[in-house]
Design a protein around this ligand. Structure first.
Ligand code: C2E
Ligand code: SIN
Ligand code: SIN
Ligand code: FE
Length: 220
């Protein structure tokens, strides 16, 4: 037994504080790692955080619980971390990529996978699967592996919609920004070809939230 309970209480409180602190730190490290990954594409301010929030929003809409929603919100921010392995002449090219450059660009999924793989942490495993699979397509014509339908982990299918919505509505070195309406129409059109049709339904229900978030973050 502890002869000094007053100190035990202080120590319990400290442990609790530290657990809270660790959770906050964990979230912040993932967010900052995502920012590091996009640091070179200065045009894509807040892209990673927005994609995280959009993905969490879709996950909530299709019925995932708060823990998973939180997990996806954090880990979808790392979807493009592998772009750190893409040389600047490709990443920052103002125009269309040629086939050699495109091959290099597509490797960002594999680089991301390699950066994140092999962890026993649930969060890093989730980030790993998202980095690897966020460019797979429902019809099997995506990359890097051409996975079809539900062969692609649902986290990857969710992030695919969040990523494309954000990429379309933002300015890129290689394209102008699309309106919310154009982007939403593009996603609706991709149901069953590019995107999981069930998730596109969920997107239709929450798209006004995407639009609102997108505006708010652009303004800041
Ligand atoms: P990103 O700019 O973050 O775009 C993510 C995804 O959004 C793209 O994945 C694509 O599915 C969608 N997207 C973005 N802009 C457009 C668009 O104008 N039209 C259509 N239909 N879809 C669009 P994707 O195609 O696999 O590209 C992955 C990454 O490769 C892009 O990330 C970007 O960094 C780069 N990239 C793609 N195309 C070009 C290009 O023509 N020039 C350059 N410099 N980079 C490109
Ligand atoms: C890896 O390089 O770790 C993954 C290779 C692959 O999945 O194709
Ligand atoms: C396009 O501009 O149509 C293709 C660009 C992309 O897929 O990112
Ligand atoms: Fe990507």
């Amino acid at each position: 037994m502890n002869d000094f309970p007053q100190y035990q209480n202080i120590s319990d409180a400290l442990v609790q504080d530290q657990a809270q602190e660790l959770l906050k730190l964990q979230a912040e490290i993932l967010e900052r790692l995502g920012i590091a990954g996009e640091f070179k594409d200065t045009d894509t301010d807040f892209h990673t955080q927005r994609v995280g929030h959009f993905a969490g929003c879709l996950a909530r809409e299709v019925g995932f619980g708060a823990d998973i929603v939180h997990e996806i919100t954090l880990t979808a921010q790392l979807h493009d971390i592998g772009k750190v392995g893409v040389p600047d002449h490709v990443l920052l090219k103002p125009g269309k990529l040629n086939s050699e450059e495109w091959k290099i660009m597509k490797q960002h999924t594999i680089h991301g996978h390699n950066i994140l793989k092999g962890s026993s942490s649930r969060l890093l495993k989730s980030a790993e699967v998202i980095a690897l699979t966020h460019h797979e397509r429902w019809d099997g014509t995506g990359y890097p592996h051409g996975l079809k339908g539900q062969e692609t982990h649902v986290y990857g299918r969710i992030t695919a919609i969040a990523d494309v919505y954000d990429a379309l509505t933002m300015h890129r070195p290689y394209k102008a920004a699309w309106s919310h309406k154009q982007a939403a129409a593009y996603i609706a059109d991709g149901a069953g070809s590019q995107f999981d049709p069930e998730l596109v339904k969920a997107f239709s229900s929450v798209q006004h939230q995407f639009a609102a978030l997108s505006k708010q973050w652009c303004a800041s």
